[in-house]
Design a protein around this ligand. Structure first.
Ligand code: ZN
Length: 200
């Protein structure tokens, strides 16, 4: 496969625009930290992996480049554009275990650290059982939301209707594995936006 995304006659380290702006692609130094979005053959987002893993998939021709980022990897003999989005050549079924784990942290992520009643964004939120746990409400994606302490104290052991409080959206299990869908992955690549589900 063709690894180098830049033609041989371009010196990736020295390119300079007419206005003097430095065009040199930024070298990537941390292979483990960067992330690449993997799409299924159907273009459905599947997974996020390290650059190292993505390059391996590309080298084995198991995936193709969809979009490159502005980073490069250098070796003594080549310069390789760091992929931002790749697509598997073969369709893979999504295993069930890829469901997002239900836990406190992921509920906060799903709800974007925002109280689902009043909309305040905070890192001091608690969890609210929409249908109160004391009255049989399950602890599940569908019945637990992020809630500020003030709203939690107001709602007490009541349903939203009884407390005259309105949920900002109906809680549900995230359809997508990655919290980047909810805008909380700090290093989520803007290039992924076109491939992530709408109507989060
Ligand atoms: Zn609130």
């Amino acid at each position: 496969m063709r690894l180098a995304a830049y033609p041989d006659d371009v010196d990736p380290g020295g390119a300079t625009a007419h206005d003097g702006r430095d065009l040199a692609p930024r070298p990537l130094t941390n292979l483990g930290a960067a992330r690449v979005l993997i799409l299924n053959a159907s273009y459905e987002p599947l997974h996020v992996c390290s650059v190292k893993r993505a390059i391996t998939l590309l080298m084995h021709d198991l995936a193709e480049r969809v979009q490159d980022g502005d980073r490069v990897l250098r070796s003594p003999s080549s310069v390789v554009a760091v992929p931002s989005v790749i697509r598997l050549r073969r369709y893979v079924r999504r295993p069930h275990r890829q469901r997002v784990a239900f836990n406190r942290k992921n509920v906060f992520r799903r709800d974007d650290h925002t109280c689902q009643y009043c909309g305040v964004r905070s890192h001091d939120l608690t969890l609210d059982h929409v249908h109160p746990r004391s009255r049989g409400g399950p602890t599940s994606w569908e019945n637990v939301v992020a809630c500020c302490r003030r709203c939690n104290a107001t709602k007490r052991d009541r349903t939203p209707k009884e407390a005259a409080m309105v949920l900002r959206r109906r809680p549900a299990a995230p359809a997508f594995l990655f919290s980047s869908v909810y805008g909380v992955l700090p290093d989520a690549d803007p290039a992924w936006e076109a491939y992530l589900p709408r109507g989060r």
